[in-house]
Ligand binder design. Structure first.
Ligand code: ZN
Length: 373
């Protein structure tokens, strides 16, 4: 097995158009045209920073391909897939709440999903140990019959279903650290015990009425859905506390054969539409911990799939740190943004939020008693 980290990107990802929005909405009415938050720059600058720092040389390039209609249909209804295609062919429209389709978005979305599928094959065939898929449009909000939150096809969900089918895997983990709840992924696997879904997100942000700590899955899937809701303002220490107390012990007990990360870098301290305080170093620590668990349980097999992240300036540094974590090697790049800032201590109400999730999950998993933490 090679220890290389793979990297998927394609120029087409940057050509998906979300129009003249402002923050998270389309412009119009009283909203003067500005740049939509989900624009190519934060992602393009990831690639640019990798090249500028020569850290790209550490990565093995994986060529994306178009996902087939059948592959996308592993998670989406034919009606919905056709609707995205029709909107795209017509020059654009809305495929759901905040799910903008532009001209050629259908083809680009197929290529985005296909980028993650190509990563699955590269990892499963041992061509690389793990991979980062810098894909766009993102996927984790997309439901079977509608797009949502800038997401058209649910890349990570389709990839997990593809891996399960093609490679006969029995235990797959999806860890979603995007600042928003991964509702589409949760919906896809809420009845399944062979895909463990963990979402760590800011409480009560998006989408409405999803991501509640008390929801643990349905029927056979009960106990295999973990929502960790953290209060706005949680930083590195709070996230790592959740890793120590909940995420890592549960992953060790589940023993996944393949791990996906829905890697949203919108929990960073500079994100315009999230209210968390993670630093790039915090992202490195989370990535490194998951890589270590992958080496222990899944033969190193780990795929990080890019989701949100809207600070044009900071997403590249956070994403670089995630990739460094996958490589097990640091680049020469220093984080220029955090000088003079506090690292982000943990406050009692943030610990309590982790304890609430521990209390819910201790029905299903062996966790340290809260009295002893
Ligand atoms: Zn997000």
């Amino acid at each position: 097995m090679t220890s290389k980290t793979g990297f998927v990107c394609d120029e087409s990802y940057f050509w998906h158009q979300t129009g003249n929005g402002a923050l998270n909405i389309r412009s119009g009415g009283w909203v003067q045209a500005d740049i939509h938050a989900e624009n190519p720059e934060s992602k393009r600058r990831v690639k640019n920073l990798l090249e500028r720092s020569n850290f790209m040389d550490e990565l093995q390039q994986i060529k994306p391909r178009h996902a087939t209609h059948e592959e996308v249909a592993l998670n989406h209804s034919k009606d919905y897939i056709n609707r995205v295609q029709e909107l795209s062919d017509a020059g654009g429209g809305d495929a759901g709440e905040h799910a903008i389709v532009g001209p050629e978005s259908y083809e680009i979305a197929l290529n985005s999903t296909g980028g993650v599928l190509a990563s699955v094959d590269a990892v499963m065939e041992g061509k690389v140990q793990n991979a980062y898929a810098l894909v766009r449009p993102p996927g984790h909000h997309a439901e079977p019959n509608e797009g949502m939150g800038f997401c058209l096809f649910n890349n990570v969900t389709i990839a997990a279903k593809y891996a399960r089918k093609k490679y006969g895997l029995k235990r797959i983990l999806i860890l979603d650290w995007d600042v928003h709840h991964g509702n589409g992924t949760e919906t896809a696997f809420e009845h399944d015990s062979d895909v463990l879904f963990i979402s760590i997100h800011q409480e009560n942000i998006f989408p409405k009425n999803r991501g509640d700590v008390a929801f643990t899955g349905k029927e056979d899937g009960e106990g295999y859905n973990i929502n960790i809701e953290l209060p706005a303002g949680t930083g590195d220490e709070g996230y790592l506390y959740a890793f120590d107390r909940l995420i890592e012990p549960i992953i060790k007990q589940f023993e996944p054969e393949l791990i996906f990360i829905s890697a949203g870098q919108d929990a960073s301290r500079f994100d315009p539409i999230g209210r968390m305080l993670l630093t790039a170093e915090g992202y490195f620590q989370m990535s490194k911990r998951i890589k270590n668990l992958a080496e222990k349980h899944s033969n190193g097999r780990l795929i990080a799939c890019h989701e949100g992240g809207y600070s044009t300036a900071y997403v590249p540094f956070c994403t670089l740190r995630v990739i460094e974590g996958l490589c097990g090697k640091r680049s020469q790049v220093e984080d220029p943004f955090n000088q003079g800032f506090h690292e982000g201590p943990i406050y009692p109400h943030q610990k309590e939020a982790v304890h609430r999730a521990m209390k819910v999950q201790s029905t299903y998993w062996n966790l340290k008693s809260i009295k002893r933490v």
